[in-house]
Design a protein around this ligand. Sequence first.
Ligand code: PMP
Length: 449
Amino acid sequence: MNKMELLNEDKKRLWHPCSQMKDYEAYPARLIERAEGVWLYEAGGRRILDAVSSWWCKIFGHGNPHIRARINEQLEKLEHVIFANYTHEPAIELAQRLGGLFSDRLPRVFYTDNGSSAVEAALKISFQYWRNRGRPERNLFVHIRGAYHGETVGALSVGSLGLYRDTFKPLLFKAVEAEGPDCYRCPFGLNRTTCDAECFTSMENALEENNGHVGAVIIEPVLQAANGMALYSPRYLVKLSDACRRSGVHLIFDEIASGMGRTGKMMACDHASIVPDIALVSKALTGGFLSLAAVLTNGEIYDAFYTDYTESKAFLHSHTYTGNPLACAAACGVFDLFDDPSVLPGVLETGSLIRDKALAIADHPHVGEVRSLGMVTAIELVADKRAKEPYAWKERTGYRVYRKAERDGVLLRNLGDVLYFFPPYIINGGEIDFMVETAINAVKYVAGK
Ligand code: PMP
């Protein structure tokens, strides 16, 4: 089929994620034929810079030869096998490497096949842990405002973004929402780099009011990615970790977006030097080659499930593609690349180049904030800079910037009125210039000079 025929078939048959399909009338899907490094190549030869790492997973760029070789090598031997009662080398090697992420304090690995399913498994593990330990009344989960943990029903229940959640509210289970950090519009008038997480009081109250009934707190450490790349102080996590320990509540860190080097540390929780009870890793885990996630737990949690079958305490949860060997091999390839000690310092260095360049737009009358950590830089657009007043959502300001930048060759998919750079770590200086300049021009085009 030629390009036109393919796009006609796409229009006729496909339902794309997170899309109002009617928008495709004005902007048909872009037909990508191949990709390399930071570049996506459309049928017909035009190229687009992937500034969002294709939903945050392509940390080493498209077509990384080492990851590809590890998959190919595995493909010659074993592409898939049932993972109940059977195992294979890539799953074992990867479990060893994952354990190293948390100094072997989360030694147990439960594989799932995407981020949301890892969240579901983690919630169920914590829930069942309390039942297995004879404390079924500890059945509440606490999350913070602005939380996003995926879009399956359980994950939405501990999320708080109305855009994804409101329609499904009647389906969701009850959870407790604490006010989280909101550093751009800090109600205490403080600064995220110098504050003492004064906003933690709300979480403290939530834990106290529900004392004895909370099983776990789930949170994205330091970076609330889907919430407009909101960044907050690691102090909040230190306080949270202390409070969870005091009240015997599990602390679940969702590192699905923030992990694997994105914030300049291997895991975002390393900014606070904290190891949670359960951690979730996905997205960048395979360098964006294949779908895989891991739920890591401490030994104490695992032990609550380990007994005779007839006690009915096993974790009976499964996904067909659990521990897929190709995906595990890809993830091992990603860890091989992290063996190079220059990768993380490189993330910091490249990230600061992007931040410094993006700061050129900070004084624009409709740029509320330029915020940055590691290899994430976000630009938040507002209607009124002094009042920090957002644009009316129906104006779709961020979306219009995204479309303009895309016409000019940069994929900059907006989160509401937040535009952000979340590129592959291998982006070079010339590509950074092109990416940021194109974005700034698009902001000026939509929001005025
Ligand atoms: N948690 C976080 C923090 C995420 O950013 C995402 C995906 N954006 C998920 C969970 C869900 O992952 P997936 O899209 O693979 O289901």
